[in-house]
Write a protein that binds this ligand. Structure first.
Ligand code: FES
Length: 102
């Protein structure tokens, strides 16, 4: 069963990210370039550094530290230096709020 947690206002523009405290941990909310919403882990799998300054490239998340890219829909690493993916979480919009399933 999915437990839904409030993740704050749905106020992100396409191509932007926001790191938020949700369910006792940091999660990264991201909108891809097409406007799709995603919730992923807020820590990069390469060197375990924070992703809160990550950028969006199309449907991918770009780590600000060493340039690893992750598929926003699946969390899969798209190439070096990261070989392991990052967690993705279900996300839904309820009115003007974001909820994440944990
Ligand atoms: S910490 Fe993300 S690519 Fe190195």
């Amino acid at each position: 069963m999915t437990n839904w947690h409030d993740a704050g206002p749905a106020d992100l523009a396409p191509g932007t990210t926001s790191c938020r405290d949700v369910g006792g941990g940091k999660r990264l909310i991201a909108r891809d370039s097409a406007g799709g919403w995603h919730a992923v882990a807020a820590v990069c799998s390469h060197a375990l550094l924070p992703l809160d300054a990550a950028r969006i490239r199309g449907a991918a998340l770009l780590c600000p530290h060493h340039g690893a890219r992750f598929d926003l829909a699946t969390g899969k690493a798209l190439g070096p230096p990261a070989w392991t993916g990052i967690a993705v979480y279900p996300l839904r919009l309820t009115g003007d709020r974001i909820e994440i399933g944990l």
